[in-house]
Design a protein around this ligand. Sequence first.
Ligand SMILES: [Zn+2]
Length: 627
Amino acid sequence: MKHPLVLSILAVILFVSCGKTTQNPFFTEYDTPFQVPPFDRIEEKHYLPAFRQGIQQSTEEIQAIATNPDAPTFANTIEAMERSGKQLTKVSNVFYNLVSAHTNDQMQAIAKEVAPMLSKHRDDILLNPELYARVKAVYEQRSDLDLNSEQLQLVEEYYKMFVRGGADLEGEDREQLRKINEEISVLMVQFGENILKENNRFELVIDKKDDLAGLPDNAIQAAAEAATKRGHKGKWVFTLHKPSLIPFLQYSDRRDLREKMLNAYINRGNNGDELDNKELVKKMVTLRAKRAKLLGYETHAHYVLAENMAKEPSRVYDLLNQLWTPALERARTEAKHLQKMIADQGKDFKLQPWDWWYYAEKLKQERYAIDDKVLRPYFKLENVRQGAFDLATRLYGLTFEERTDIPKYHKEVRVYEVKESNGDHVGILYTDYYPRESKSGGAWMNDYRQQQKLDGEIHPIVTNVFNFPEPTAEQPALLSFDNVQTLFHEFGHALHGLLSDCTYPTLAGTNVPRDFVELPSQIMENWAAEPEVMKSYARHYQTGEPIPDELIERIQKARLFNQGFATVEYLAASFLDMDWHTISTADIQGVHEFERTSLDRIGLIEDDPISFDNAKTIREIERVIYL
Ligand SMILES: [Zn+2]
């Protein structure tokens, strides 16, 4: 028998927790404009209860579908699943966006706690025999069900999802699959966290002005401001965030410091300490290989490619091999030109990885009279963004209106309402441009809400996140041309999400094969360099003068410059990715040895200046893992 005091304490606890849950914004309809997430009211403590309730709700909904006494139909099985899990989707959409764009220790801890919960939940659905029997029954009758093409595709996607999720496995294998999935989910979170911490922990502190030789004024100014922020007032700090790293490698006359910066960058996750990712990499590829075998695929690459346009590894290797030889030849020629430049300056050393950016920049100036320093003033961030918006207006009739009445998760975020030319609402676009310690490296597009019209029109909410150079006290944010292309690229992905016109969320937006999803972004990226488009956005930030024709011409001419190097760099990363994921479990050896063998095979030698950004490539594992 329970003591009355215990009961009353229980009652108080229940009351308090109920009181708290009513405050949780994930538990009520968002009352914000366009029902965007109420970032101003979301706190870390809201996530876990929302995940727990979301999983419980989804479990009950799925159970009801699986045990429905009626015969399986498209509506009571497939459509019903599309309607389920709304609470879980709601919290996941916010949480996973912010874990990438604006995280902290508490959120990282939640991510680790939630990963195995979500992995288990997904397996509970995909390995539910009653549910699978219903999905399979609908799949088998699909051609007689009078389904439209979208519904037919949806049925096929669901069936595939169950089969690929292990629904046909029996006995021990099912438990093994669950275990593998859970382990991978936790390793993924840890891997990302290590890279984030590595990005943040290195700093090069410079205290003598002489050590800044060669660097452009804006890079020096930014470094001074970074020093103040990091508690080194009066000095200069350079970090591994790209807007700090790249100008340093391009311009610093201090060869030893360039070496230090580059080595710090390429050794992220490879320092033999608590942030080292090598063991994680080994475990992940081993688990992936095991899972693929379990599911009846030769390797993980076979498993992944089966649902992509490429279909199988041999086709990927064929494409890579076709490009590799000419690209490598080209890169070797480029290396010779850089070596000659070193000799012409009366210096006597072999071109090294940390020299490549520096001499390539000098050679580009010499050959094409193009200097990153001269170009940047024409690429003020706000002007480039407007250029991308104007292009979407011309191509698709879309308009973009800034909204200041919409909650944001960080003060640097800007929010736009996107409309059709007739004024109809299309969706919401967030932009988030500058590096922060709370943000992952790179640039990406993601959804806060996916378009669908299963039960009335739901409009998309998408985000574009970047790591562009920040404005300084003296200058607005000025982009490199590479940054400009990245802005247009991610904007292409955003348009893909915004212009989605699907009934079912599973098929909406960017939910397409990974090797197709880059099409809209590539198209938009190519527009950036089109002279007519460039003239519309590239205006000098001080004079307002449009970019001169002859400068556009020089940019066009220089587009193939250094492309041997650039191509070899990403192809080598692709080879590595494929090699890591075409192993069978017996092949695993040390990470360095594995990568060495892989790069030897394609002809990159140990002290090759070209190979620097590929050899010792633990840093490339970042890409390897996520692909
Ligand atoms: Zn992309």
